[in-house]
Design a protein around this ligand. Structure first.
Ligand SMILES: [Zn+2]
Length: 239
C-alpha cells in the first residue's frame, strides 16, 4: 500500500468514526432511557397540574363560601343583639328582626352544606395528588440522574469527535487534491464510504466478491495507481 492510500484509508476510518459518534450523540436521549422517562414524566406532571387546578378551584369555592358565612354570621349577631336590646320596639319591628334572624340562620345552614360538599370533593383529589407525588418524586430524580449521565456521555463523545476531526484533518492534508475530491464525491454518493479495503477477494465497501482476475490485476497495479471496485465504484485499496 502506498503512503497516499494509507492516508486515504486513515481519512475514511476517521470519517466512519465521526459518523458513528454523531449517530451515538444524536441517539443518547433514546439509548439512555431519558426520552422515555421524560415522556412519562411529562404525562404525570400534566395529570398532577390538572388535579391541582381542580383542587384550587374547590378551595376557592370553599373560601368564597366561608366569607359569605362570616358576613351572614356577623349580620345575624348584630340583629340578635338589637333584638335582645329592643325593649321599646314595636311588636312589628321585633317580628321583622326575628324573621331576619331566622332567614339568616337558614341561609347560613345552606351555605355550610355547600361548603361541606366543596371540602369533601377535595379529599379524593388530595389522595390523587399524594399518589401522583409519590410516583413523580423518584421519577424526577431518575430523570435528573439520566440528564447528568447524558451530559457526561455527550461531553465524552464531543472530545472523541474533536480528536477524530483533528486526525482526519492531518491525514487529509497528505492527500493529493484530485484524490481527495474523488473520495469526497464517492463518499457523498455511497453512504459515507468512498474508500474501501480489498480483503482477500472481497470489497469491504459493498461486501461483494471480485473475480480472481480482477483481484490479481488490482494487486499488480504499480504504486500510485488507484483501483476502483467494479461493483460499487469505491476506491479500492489492497490490504
Ligand atoms: Zn465494492
Amino acid at each position: 500500500m502506498t503512503d497516499t492510500l494509507h492516508h486515504l484509508l486513515a481519512v475514511q476510518d476517521a470519517d466512519t468514526s465521526i459518523t458513528q459518534l454523531e449517530h451515538r450523540r444524536a441517539a443518547l436521549s433514546d439509548t439512555s432511557g431519558l426520552a422515555a422517562v421524560e415522556a412519562e414524566l411529562a404525562e404525570l406532571e400534566a395529570r398532577h397540574a390538572e388535579a391541582a387546578t381542580r383542587r384550587a378551584a374547590l378551595a376557592e369555592t370553599q373560601k368564597g363560601l366561608e366569607e359569605q358565612i362570616a358576613a351572614i354570621t356577623e349580620r345575624r349577631d348584630l340583629v340578635e343583639k338589637r333584638l335582645y336590646a329592643a325593649t321599646s320596639s314595636s311588636s312589628r319591628d321585633l317580628q321583622a328582626m326575628q324573621d331576619e334572624v331566622q332567614h339568616l340562620t337558614d341561609r347560613r345552614a345552606e351555605l355550610e352544606e355547600l361548603e361541606l360538599v366543596a371540602m369533601l370533593e377535595q379529599d379524593p383529589i388530595d389522595a390523587e395528588l399524594t399518589t401522583l407525588g409519590a410516583t413523580l418524586s423518584p421519577m424526577r430524580a431518575r430523570a435528573e440522574e439520566l440528564r447528568g449521565q447524558v451530559a457526561h456521555d455527550r461531553a465524552e463523545i464531543d472530545a472523541a469527535l474533536a480528536s477524530a476531526a483533528g486526525s482526519r484533518a492531518a491525514e487529509a492534508a497528505q492527500l493529493p487534491t484530485a484524490l481527495a475530491d474523488r473520495y469526497e464525491t464517492l463518499r457523498a454518493r455511497l453512504k459515507g464510504t468512498g474508500a474501501a479495503r480489498l480483503i482477500k477477494n472481497h470489497c469491504d465497501g459493498c461486501h461483494l466478491e471480485l473475480s480472481s482476475v480482477e483481484v490479481e490485476r488490482i494487486r499488480a497495479l504499480p504504486p500510485g495507481e488507484v483501483a476502483t471496485c467494479e461493483q460499487c465504484g469505491r476506491i479500492l485499496v489492497p490490504s
